[in-house]
Design a protein around this ligand. Sequence first.
Ligand code: SF4
Length: 278
Amino acid sequence: MNLTVNEHPTKYSVLQYLYPVFSRRAEGLSLGINLNLNKSCNWRCIYCQVPDLIRGTPERINLDKLEIELRYMLNLIMNTDYLKLNLPEDFQVFKDIALAGDGEPTLSKDFFEVVDLIGRLKIEYNLFKSVKTILITNGSKIDNVQVQEGLKSLANQNGLVWFKIDGTNNKETNIINQINVSTVNIKHRLEVTSKLCPVVIQTCMFKIGIYEPSLEQIDNYINLLKEVKPNFDYVLLYTIARTPQLLEGKNLTPLSLEFLNKIAAKLNEFGIIVKCFG
Ligand code: SF4
């Protein structure tokens, strides 16, 4: 077994854009696509696991090369013992193609073309129903028309948006994501996204130094999710599994699964489904 949950290398042998990983959240093989080869993002989350992350925008995507890489990996997965050789026994399933990688994927000027390419290849390889296309996003570019077209294409190919909500107001997002996003903005972005494609909320919580998230922070989180409940299907609540790469994240440590489960139980009281990952 070669792929592990503890390493998500975005450089896999000769591939430039693709990186296959064993995903604990997907419970199987996730074929990652990295659209930010220069490690650029418009956020700077303190738990970020991208080494040498920069603020900025990604370079243009070589769509021909991306297609060659996708065909190479899809042939490997579908026509060889690849899953058997690389995944633990109970997880030898090709679960999703994930737009994630070393920065925010929707910053790419080629975002729509990439989503469109994935959709065409999924039809060709008969993966339309069995394999999801997942966009992992901070939601910041959702008002961009090209991004919205990409989300429509995503919805048409059994797609799902994992929408990041770590903080619920300017103060919290400033500390956690090192960007100011107001509660009004979060709600707006989530509402627009949910009208285009099914949404799952993804939230990372952790200890900063000795401090767990405060009661106020947890209440804010629960109240926001209660309010925006019509705009998402369920919540992925997780803690850090790997060492944060930014200097700002050096004093972060994981929360216990018990801590996450308590928050999940409170959300369950309001009919919100939560999957926790320790
Ligand atoms: S949005 Fe993602 S890539 Fe960007 S800083 Fe946050 S965790 Fe890192």
